[in-house]
Ligand binder design. Sequence first.
Ligand SMILES: [Zn+2]
Length: 228
Amino acid sequence: MATLKDEIENRVKEYDYWARRRRYGADGHNNRRLWVLACMDERLPIDEALGIHVDSPAGGGDAHCFRNAGGIVTDDAIRSAMLTCNFFGTNEIVIVQHTQCGMLSANAKDLEAALKGRGVDTDNLTLDPSLPELKLDKGAFAKWIGMMDDVDQACMRTIEAFKNHPLIPKGITVSGWIWEVETRRLRAPTMDAEKRARTDVTSTQFGVKAKQPARWSAARAETAHAHV
Ligand SMILES: [Zn+2]
């Protein structure tokens, strides 16, 4: 029978390894070898939605978690996924977007106009002061904001973007989910009107009149629709 001394010694050893995980590259992976991309919204509880413990308790840590407005694909989401999937032993990506998302609540063109009204020159911006090389083409700012017309559609396109990106290794499992804020349920993204009826998932439901400036090319949109 192991003595308490043995148990404590093991625990201390395991904790030391855990604390230094990143030194061991792919051998120091998080518990579930998982990267989560989620909207920053405070009504989206990642642990509850996915049944995991992202970053607690100490000594645990199921996933690397990246949150941005919408839980959409952006250059920094790709950068973070590239690092964890290629170098830190992650082999699964889970994307979580949600109903009632603020990214449905306005048209990006109106947001850009508001910023211009506050004196921001949206056609000549340094997005990242540490990387001035990262530039948007003139007129691309509203697209960059990434407002959505439809959260289920955005989720499906985000899944495809990670599945097809050259910086994400083939063989990584990618799935995407919608958290229903109204019912506290997780469901697969769908265009089935009946399954979406109990939730607000489109910008139209928020009273937004015009379509968002297209963030996806026509070709990409068709690829995404093929999987609907
Ligand atoms: Zn959101």
